[in-house]
Design a protein around this ligand. Structure first.
Ligand SMILES: Cc1ncc(COP(=O)(O)O)c(C=O)c1O
Length: 437
């Protein structure tokens, strides 16, 4: 059960009610709304935190918000792309991100994705020791000049406030012994530059996750370089820096995080003569979650054993509450400063009881017709959507820095939903819907 938050810091929408009503009069709810100014501000904050490292680059985790308009904005801010699949590589290329600015951090990778990444000139990150042979096979017996390997140290991962991840339960990565064996093989095959990557905890709420991870990977890099005589070109800290989904949580401080990584760098890599190593990150959630919201309207009210507000979005638009029991703060537009006096469940239309954006949530007085702003949905929100119950994906809108609004993806129509059926005269009504599109 959620509890009423007393005296907590307020989370405020990045638009006013009037602005949002004007947008909704042209674009029917539900829709995602992203804030360009906030995207650019966050990219600048991250780049500033790591400005001490000349080779630093953020590879935005495309899976978090796979929209080429968003990726292009990030590219203008100096970010590359972390891709997991062939279509994500295509999206990066379409947004003008190619060559070393693309990282293929995949697992269980089909050969064609290795080939696609190689054609783009992307850096390939191998998830397991068997992937050395897969890469060779995919590239016709050749290896790229630069290869990264993903390490998993096992055990549990601790930050100052206790255990924050359990790598030994994770399917990703290879052991340190396997990393060294893979590096030795790749060196003998002709690889000249190596990277080490690890992702050991998700949505961390602390400032010492990256610094501790970095120190561990730096020490590994020194061992690998000494034992194998290889050049480690970069350390990829991947994603995992979290955001304050709840109003009473303290957001991570990127400045403190960057300084912590720098201290480990100066204590471990610089004395080992490895001060030219570049730091890479693959943030998705931290970059985009607070810069995007799901906007939905209340369309029903029902009082049974609980008070329900039925909205026009559902878990197919944002599934994190349904599958992770994740908290997303909800603002009732126009009542941002009103006291939370009503305990409600905010629910969608799916034939699934898990389709509830909030349970026992205290909100200001609110009813049919009100617009709700579901915060921090800009990453792993739209992208995890699906079509259960024949529900359709919403539009994505971009609030430009000049205040204008651009539709960067239209809403799906039934025609999209029926587009992949094999045609048959019995289903002509569906085919008709397809042609109408
Ligand atoms: C390989 C890889 N990199 C980066 C990310 C982004 O993580 P986050 O959004 O937590 O920053 C993910 C998320 O699943 C991932 O799998």
């Amino acid at each position: 059960m959620e509890h009423q938050i007393h005296g907590a810091q307020q989370k405020r929408p990045f638009v006013t009610k009037d602005q949002l009503e004007a947008i909704a009069s042209e674009h029917p709810t539900p829709f995602y709304l992203y804030d360009e100014a906030e995207i650019r501000r966050r990219a600048a904050e991250l780049n500033a935190a790591f400005a001490w490292n000349p080779g630093f680059r953020e590879y935005f985790a495309v899976k978090a918000t796979p929209n080429p308009w968003i990726v292009s904005i990030l590219a203008e801010c100096g970010c590359g792309c972390d891709c997991a699949t062939g279509p994500e590589l295509m999206l990066a290329e379409a947004a003008g991100v190619t060559g070393r600015a693309v990282m293929l951090s995949s697992n269980d990778t089909p050969d064609e994705d290795f080939r696609a990444a190689d054609e783009l000139g992307a850096i390939i990150n191998l998830d397991g020791p068997d992937m050395v042979d897969c890469l060779l096979r995919a590239l016709g017996g050749r290896v790229p000049e630069t290869v990264c390997c993903r390490v998993n140290p096992g055990g549990s991962f601790e930050a100052s406030n206790g255990i924050i991840g359990s790598p030994e339960d994770s399917k990703f990565g290879m052991t340190e012994a396997q990393l060294l064996e893979s590096f030795a093989r790749l060196r003998d095959l002709g690889v000249r530059e190596f990277g080490i990557h690890a992702f050991l905890a998700s949505n961390t709420q602390v400032n010492d996750y990256y610094p501790r991870l970095a120190r561990m990977l730096f020490e590994m890099a020194v061992r690998a370089s000494r034992e194998l005589g290889i050049r480690i070109g970069f350390i990829d800290l991947s994603g995992g820096v979290g955001v304050a989904y709840r109003p009473d949580e303290t957001p991570c401080d990127l400045g403190v995080i960057g300084d912590g990584v720098r201290q480990a760098f100066e204590e471990v890599l610089v004395p080992a003569g490895m001060g030219d190593v570049a730091i890479y990150t693959e943030l998705g959630r931290w970059m985009l979650a607070p810069a995007g919201a799901l906007v939905t309207r209340v369309i029903h009210e029902k009082v049974t054993y609980r008070d329900y507000l039925g909205v026009d979005a559902c878990a197919a638009n944002l599934m994190r509450p349904a599958i992770y029991d994740a908290y997303h703060h909800i603002s009732v537009m126009g009542a941002e400063d009103e006291p939370p006096t009503h305990r409600v469940n905010v629910v969608g239309r799916l034939c699934e009881n898990s389709d509830q954006f909030a349970r026992d949530r205290w909100l200001p007085d609110c009813g049919v017709g009100d617009l709700l702003f579901i915060h921090d949905a800009g990453a792993h929100g739209f992208s995890m959507g699906y079509n259960y119950n024949g529900t359709l994906r919403s539009a994505e809108l971009l609030l430009r820095e000049d205040g204008s609004v651009q539709q960067i993806r239209r809403a799906e129509t039934p025609a999209d939903y029926f587009a992949t059926f094999d045609e048959d005269p019995r289903f002509s009504a569906l085919a008709g819907a397809r042609r109408k599109r």
